[in-house]
Design a protein. Structure first.
Length: 390
């Protein structure tokens, strides 16, 4: 019931806007895969191509061994969860979940059994007879998931499924999606611009920008080894310090910067001596003297600009030079913190200094000849129409 999904050089343009530009991806069977990127980067268009709501202009889409590029939505066996749930408000929970099975002409008794099974999975069996407009947002989202899962989809598609929930419920439902995904094991493609959600849930993710894939990897790979400053700043917070490679030997780089030499042992680009780089240093890898990490090899002095106590952490803005400020985070701040104006000694392990190439040819695919004039562009479907077509 789950398949590998392969996109091969997929292109989709709307009039002058290239929404998806030569995207190739392999999503493994059973994987919870995220498409992540800033607004307008093409995530939803990719998802709609997977669902069959849009046909690609060129390229190939495969579900396992089946070519899907031009197969209509209702012949793909996908289940989709929409941002606004797209449930029928006056139907009961049972009727909403049953709908996809009725369309597939499944026998009435089997339908009943399957609906009850899936309501167990989303932990809503006692709500079967309630109209969905008498459910909370979180409960509606569970029913939307149940409706997508009941057809035993080969591919489950989730379009920002948690964005309408309040912060607390979003965290709860994250856990639920993880649990449900591991229980049903479907290949799932999840679109969001919420990087925390992606880091929390994804087996792997693709970072998109301007219609192109910039990097694919596990959350750890993307966070620890971003390929360029765009990814580093999109996923998590980061400080950038400009420099130039002074020497490279035995897996260690010495980088000349305005605050002196920074040593790095996390080198995964082919740099040459003299090359300009941007050093990426995460706020949590800056240690104050009393919390110096083992193996630390970069020490510097810093002046506190401001400190904010946040309970679990304390956030600092530190000046390292006249024009260079960085953010640092102190975990479990027990004692009275530092004050603005204090000078302190900080350190960063060479493992946590990540030099990235400066001159990255980030693809800019938008054809901006006509600005935002999208006259003649394909009309987007509404969620309701899409729901009917699945
Ligand atoms: P968001 O996070 O804001 O939903 P997104 O990453 O999902 O954004 P898409 O909705 O895929 O981005 O849009 C990618 C680009 O294609 C945008 O510039 C958008 O304006 C354009 N676009 C999307 N759908 C259409 C359409 N039906 N007609 C014209 N242009 C479109």
């Amino acid at each position: 019931m789950s398949v590998e999904v392969r996109l091969d050089h997929i292109v989709k343009a709307f009039d002058t806007t290239v929404a998806v530009n030569d995207v190739s991806l392999e999503i493994k069977e059973g994987e919870l895969f995220f498409l992540l990127g800033p607004s307008g980067c093409g995530k939803t268009t990719c998802l709609r191509i997977l669902a069959g709501f849009y046909e690609p202009d060129s390229g190939t889409l495969m579900f396992g061994e089946r070519e899907m590029s031009r197969v209509p939505p209702n012949k793909r066996n996908t289940g989709m969860v929409f941002q606004n749930y797209a449930l029928w408000p006056h139907m009961t929970v049972f009727e909403n979940v049953e709908y996809g099975l009725s369309l597939r002409k499944i026998d009435k008794e089997v339908r009943k059994e399957k609906v009850h099974e899936v309501l167990e999975v989303v932990q809503m069996p006692e709500y079967a007879d309630r109209p969905v407009n008498k459910l909370s947002g979180g409960q509606q989202q569970r029913i939307a998931l149940a409706r997508a899962l009941v057809v035993e989809p080969d591919v489950l598609l989730l379009d920002e499924p948690l964005s309408n929930l309040d912060a607390k419920l979003r965290l709860e439902m994250r856990q639920e999606i993880k649990r449900i995904h591991s229980q049903v094991g479907a290949t799932a493609v999840y679109v969001t611009h919420d990087q925390q959600e992606a880091i929390h849930l994804a087996d792997r993710m693709a970072i998109m920008r301007d219609g192109s894939i910039i990097q694919v990897g596990t959350p750890r790979e993307i966070y620890r080894f971003p390929t360029n400053p765009f990814v580093a700043s999109f996923i998590g917070e980061t400080n950038f310090i400009s420099g130039k490679i002074q020497s490279l030997s035995n897996g260690t780089a010495e980088i000349e910067t305005e605050i002196g030499i920074l040593r790095s042992t996390t080198i995964y680009h082919d740099f040459t001596n003299g090359e300009a780089v941007t050093c990426c240093i995460r706020p949590e890898s800056i240690h104050f003297d009393e919390a110096t990490a083992e193996g630390t090899s970069n020490r510097m002095s810093a002046k506190v600009l401001n400190a904010t106590y946040l309970g679990r952490i304390e956030e600092y803005h530190l000046a390292l030079a006249d024009e260079l400020t960085v953010k640092a985070v102190l975990y479990n701040p027990r004692t009275h913190g530092k004050n603005a104006g204090d000078t302190l000694s900080i350190s960063v392990s060479a493992d946590d200094v990540i030099p990235l190439p400066v001159a990255v040819n980030l693809p800019i695919n938008r054809d901006s000849r006509n600005g935002t004039d999208l006259t003649g562009a394909e009309e987007p479907y509404s969620d309701e129409e899409e729901r009917e077509n699945l």
